[in-house]
Design a protein around this ligand. Structure first.
Ligand code: NBG
Length: 814
C-alpha cells in the first residue's frame, strides 16, 4: 500500500468510470461512482495481498482454513477504507467531487452470504485473523442469491430474491487456475492395482467444476491481506452433440443442471435444518474443492503428506462442513495411497469442530440412502470410521450397550454429522462458557467422558472495527480522544475509560453522543417506516433472527400488557418508550412469520392510538442486515437478550450492544452470563428461569402454562388478545401463537419456550429498566461501564484463544 495520493486516487476513479461506463465522472450515477471507488480501493491493496501470500510461503507458516457455509460479511467498501486508515482522506476527496462517503457506501449491496450469528461470527473472525497477522483462508460458497431481502407488506414478511451480484462484485477475483472437479453419485468399483493393492474407483458419476472467487480480507493498518475464497460451480463440458447418439445426452443435461443449481441459493434457515439433498450437495461441493486445493497447496511446498497437520488446520464451523473428515480420508487413501491408520492419524490431527447449538432441530442428520447415493465413496469411508469407532466403544464400555445407540455415527438409518465431527476432530469447542458446560454435562456427555481432552470453550467475539469504529464514528472518536486509539486493535484498553465514569462532563458527552445516534436512527426510521419517533424516549431494541427460542413473542406480549395498562390508567407514571424490532424469519417458519405479523399488527393499533399520546411506539425495521445493524446498535439504550435459558449458544448481538453502551435486559443464557461477569450484575437487568431449571422442566415433559394463565389476569388478558380480535379482525390469525403457549402441538409441550413462565419476571425487570432510566446520572454511569468493560468480547481475543489452544499459528512478518 503506497502513501495515499489524492490526485492518483481521483485519476483512478475517473479512469474506471471512463473504461467501464464510458462517461466522465460528472455524468456518472452514484452506483457508477461507487464502482469506480471500489475498484480503486481494491487496487490499493493488491500489492499487499500478493506480498502477504509471498511472505506466508517464504516463512512457511501454518494456515487455518475456516470452513463455513456462511460468511455474513456485509458491505466491504467502508470496512476496507476503515482498515486502510484512509477514511478521512477518501472522505475529503469524495467531498471535493461532490459526494459524501456514506452515500457512496450505501450503493453497495450487503454480501449476505449467511443467516445470522453463525455467519457473522465467521466474518468477524476473518477480520481479526488479518488484523492479528495470522495466515487464514475463509472457505465458502459463492451463492448467487444470498439471504433474501425482506419486505413488509400489510404487516406480513415477503421474501424477495437478493440478486447481490447484479452489478458485479468489484472486490472479487476469479481464479480459474485453481478450478477443481467434484464428483457426485455413480458407484465405487474396487480394482487391484499393479502392486496388488486394492483401489477404489468412482465410476459413472456426475461432476461439476468448482471455480474459486477470492475476496481480500484486510487487516487493520498492518498490510496483511487474507483471502475469503468462495466457490462457484460450472458445468464441466459444454454441450457435445456427439454424445446425443451415445446416450450421454441425458447425462450432459443433468451435469449442466447440477452446476446451475448448486450455488444458486443460501438456505435461509437459522438454527434449523431442512434436510434437502441440494444442501448436502452444497456441503460436499465446497468442502471437497477447499480440501483438495489445501492439500495440493501444501504438497507444492512440502514433501511429506504425513506432516500435513503441522502446516494446515481445518476448522469446521458447525457440522455443515463435516464431510471434511471423510473427504480428507478419501484424498489420503485414494490419491496418496496411505493406509487407514496413518490416514486417520493425519485427519484427526488436522480437523477441529465448533458446535454452535444444542437445538435439536438444528442437529444435522442425513438419511443413509440419500447420503450413500450422492457420495458413494465418502459413505464407504464413513462406514469404516463408524465400524472402528463402535469397536472402540465396545472395548472401553463393554457393559454399556446404550452407549452405541447414543454415540454411533450411523444409527437408525441416519448419518449423524455431529458424532462424525467429534470423532474425526482433535478439538471440540462450544461458543460461550455456559454453552460449553451444557455440551459437556448434557448434550455431548458421553463424548466428553470418552474424549475429555478434546473439549474446550471459546467464547465468541465481535470486531470493534466494524461495530464501533465504522458503525459509531461519534463514539469512536470520543473514545480515541480520551484514551488514544489503542482500543482499535486491543479492546481491553477500553477499561481506561473507567475513570471517566465519575466525571460529570464525560458522562454528559457520552450521553449526548447516544442522543445523536438516536437522532440518526430516528431519521432512518422516518425515511423507511414513515413514523416519527422521539429520541428522548427509551430505545428498547431486539434485533436478531426470528425464532421462537429468542422469544420476540415475550417482548411483544409485554408491549401489549403496557398498552393495556396505559389504556386503563392513562395518568399512570410512564416514561416514553420506542420498541424497535428487526428480524427475518425463515420462509417456511409459520409461527415465526405469525410473530412478525403480530408485532406489526400491535404497532398499527398502538402507534395510531392518540389517547396514549405517543408514549409507546413500535417499529419494525424492514430487512434487518449488517449494514443497518451498525446504525441500530449505536442508538440503543436497552439490549433485549431474552432467549429461553440454555437455548442461545452465545449470541453476539448482545456484545455489539454492550460495546455501544446499551444496557442488557436478559436471561442468564449464552454469553449474557459473561456480560454480567464483566459489566457487573448491577449494570444488567436479569430475569427468568436459569438454564438448569429449564433443563429440569424439559426432562419432566414441561410445565403447565394453563395454571399460570388462569391465575394471572394480566397475563390472561394479553394471551386472550391474541385471539379476541383486538389486533386483527381475523381472529384465527394468531391462533397458532395462542396454541403454542397453551396447547402445544404434535407431542410438543405447551409453552415449550417458557414464555408465560418467565412473563412476570420479565415485566418486573422491565419496570426496573424504566426506574433506572429515570435516574439519568446512574444510567449514564452504567452505560459507560458497559462500554468500558466490553474488552473481553472482541473477536481478537477469541481468535488469540483459538490460536493458542487449537490452531497453533504464528504471525507473519511483513
Ligand atoms: C448460532 C447460535 C448463536 C451463536 C452463533 C455463533 C447457529 C447454529 N448457532 O447463539 O444460535 O452466537 O451461532 O456462534 O446458527
Amino acid at each position: 500500500m503506497q502513501e495515499f495520493d489524492k490526485k492518483e486516487f481521483i485519476k483512478n476513479v475517473e479512469e474506471y468510470i471512463g473504461v467501464f461506463f464510458r462517461r466522465p465522472i460528472e455524468d456518472a450515477t452514484k452506483q457508477q461512482v461507487y464502482q469506480g471507488v471500489a475498484y480503486t480501493v481494491k487496487n490499493m491493496i493488491i500489492d499487499d495481498w500478493l506480498e502477504t501470500h509471498k511472505a506466508y510461503e517464504e516463512q512457511d507458516l501454518k494456515t487455518v482454513y475456516y470452513l463455513s457455509m456462511e460468511f455474513l460479511v456485509g458491505r466491504a467498501l467502508g470496512n476496507m477504507i476503515t482498515n486502510l486508515k484512509a477514511d478521512s482522506s477518501i472522505r475529503e476527496v469524495l467531498e471535493e467531487l461532490g459526494y459524501d462517503l456514506e452515500n457512496i457506501e450505501d450503493e453497495e449491496p450487503d454480501a449476505a452470504l449467511g443467516n445470522g450469528g453463525l455467519g457473522r461470527l465467521a466474518a468477524c473472525f476473518l477480520d481479526s485473523l488479518s488484523t492479528l497477522g495470522y495466515p487464514a483462508y475463509g472457505c465458502g460458497i459463492r451463492y448467487k442469491y444470498g439471504m433474501f431481502e425482506q419486505r413488509i407488506e400489510n404487516g406480513y414478511q415477503v421474501e424477495v430474491p437478493d440478486n447481490w451480484l447484479k452489478n458485479g462484485n468489484p472486490f472479487e477475483i476469479k481464479r480459474s487456475e485453481y478450478a477443481t472437479t467434484i464428483k457426485f453419485g455413480g458407484y465405487v468399483r474396487m480394482i487391484r492395482d499393479e502392486f496388488g493393492n486394492d483401489r477404489f474407483i468412482q465410476e459413472d458419476y456426475q461432476s461439476v467444476r468448482a471455480i474459486p472467487y477470492d475476496m481480500p480480507i484486510l487487516g487493520y493498518g498492518n498490510h496483511v491481506v487474507n483471502t475469503l475464497r468462495i466457490w462457484d460451480a460450472e458445468a464441466i463440458d459444454t454441450f457435445n452433440l456427439d454424445s446425443f447418439d451415445k446416450g450421454e445426452y441425458q447425462k450432459a443435461v443433468e451435469q449442466q443442471n447440477l452446476a446451475r443449481t448448486i450455488c444458486e441459493v443460501l438456505y435461509p434457515n437459522d438454527n434449523h435444518i431442512a434436510g434437502k439433498e441440494l444442501r448436502l450437495k452444497q456441503q460436499y461441493f465446497f468442502v471437497s474443492a477447499s480440501i483438495q486445493r489445501a492439500v495440493a497447496k501444501y504438497m507444492e511446498a512440502h514433501e511429506d503428506i504425513h506432516k500435513l497437520y503441522e502446516k494446515v488446520v481445518f476448522q469446521l464451523n458447525d457440522t455443515h462442513p463435516t464431510v471434511t473428515v471423510p473427504e480428507l480420508m478419501r484424498i489420503l487413501l485414494d490419491d496418496y495411497y496411505l493406509g487407514w491408520e496413518e490416514a486417520w492419524e493425519i485427519t484427526s490431527k488436522t480437523c477441529a469442530y465448533t458446535n454452535h447449538t444444542i437445538m435439536s432441530e438444528a442437529l444435522e442428520k442425513w438419511p443413509i440412502d440419500l447420503f450413500k447415493k450422492l457420495l458413494p465413496r465418502i459413505y464407504q469411508i464413513v462406514e469404516e470410521i463408524n465400524r472402528r469407532f463402535i469397536m472402540q466403544i465396545l472395548s472401553e464400555y463393554p457393559s454399556e450397550a446404550k452407549k452405541i445407540e447414543k454415540m454411533a455415527i450411523l444409527y437408525d438409518g441416519q448419518v449423524r454429522m455431529a458424532n462424525l465431527a467429534i470423532v474425526g476432530s482433535f478439538s471440540v469447542n462450544g461458543v460461550a462458557k455456559l454453552h460449553t458446560e451444557i455440551l459437556m454435562k448434557q448434550e455431548l456427555k458421553d463424548f466428553y467422558e470418552m474424549f475429555p481432552w478434546k473439549f474446550n470453550n471459546k467464547t465468541n467475539g465481535i470486531t470493534q472495527r466494524r461495530f464501533l469504529l465504522h458503525g459509531n464514528p461519534l463514539l469512536a472518536s470520543w473514545i480515541t480522544g480520551k484514551i488514544g486509539d489503542g482500543w482499535i486493535t486491543d479492546l481491553s484498553q477500553m477499561e481506561k475509560l473507567l475513570p471517566y465514569i465519575e466525571d460529570e462532563q464525560s458522562r454528559k458527552e457520552f450521553m449526548e453522543i447516544k442522543y445523536k445516534n438516536k437522532v440518526r436512527l430516528a431519521a432512518y426510521i422516518k425515511e423507511k417506516n414513515g413514523i416519527i419517533v422521539n429520541p428522548d424516549s427509551i430505545f428498547d431494541v431486539q434485533v436478531k433472527r426470528l425464532h421462537e427460542y429468542k422469544r420476540q413473542l415475550l417482548n411483544i406480549l409485554h408491549v401489549m400488557y403496557l398498552y393495556n395498562q396505559l389504556k386503563s390508567n392513562p395518568e399512570m407514571e410512564f416514561y416514553p418508550r420506542t420498541f424497535i424490532f428487526g428480524a427475518k424469519a425463515s420462509a417456511g417458519y409459520e409461527r415465526a412469520k405469525a410473530i412478525i405479523k403480530l408485532i406489526n399488527s400491535v404497532a398499527e393499533v398502538v402507534n395510531n392510538d392518540e389517547t396514549i399520546q405517543d408514549k409507546i411506539k413500535i417499529i419494525f425495521i424492514e430487512n434487518y442486515r449488517v449494514s443497518n445493524a451498525e446504525i441500530i446498535f449505536a442508538a440503543a439504550d436497552v439490549s433485549e437478550q431474552i432467549s429461553t435459558a440454555s437455548k442461545e449458544a452465545s449470541g453476539t448481538g448482545n456484545m455489539k450492544f454492550m460495546l455501544n453502551g446499551a444496557l442488557t435486559l436478559g436471561t442468564l443464557d449464552g454469553a449474557n452470563v459473561e456480560i454480567v461477569e464483566e459489566a457487573g450484575a448491577e449494570n444488567v437487568f436479569l430475569f427468568g428461569l436459569h438454564s438448569d431449571e429449564v433443563i429440569e422442566y424439559e426432562q419432566h415433559g414441561g410445565y403447565s402454562p394453563r395454571e399460570l394463565y388462569n391465575s394471572d389476569k394480566d397475563m390472561k388478558r394479553v394471551v386472550d388478545q391474541l385471539v379476541d380480535g383486538t389486533y386483527s379482525t381475523d381472529k384465527s390469525l394468531f391462533a397458532t401463537l395462542y396454541d403454542s403457549l397453551l396447547a402445544g402441538r404434535g407431542g410438543e409441550p405447551a409453552d415449550r419456550y417458557f414464555i408465560l413462565k418467565d412473563f412476570k419476571s420479565y415485566l418486573e425487570a422491565q419496570k426496573e429498566v424504566e426506574k433506572a432510566y429515570l435516574k439519568k446520572e446512574s444510567w449514564a454511569r452504567a452505560a459507560m461501564r458497559n462500554t468500558a468493560k466490553c474488552g473481553k468480547f472482541s473477536s481478537d481475543r477469541t481468535i488469540e484463544e483459538y490460536v493458542r489452544d487449537i490452531w497453533h499459528l504464528n504471525k507473519v512478518h511483513l
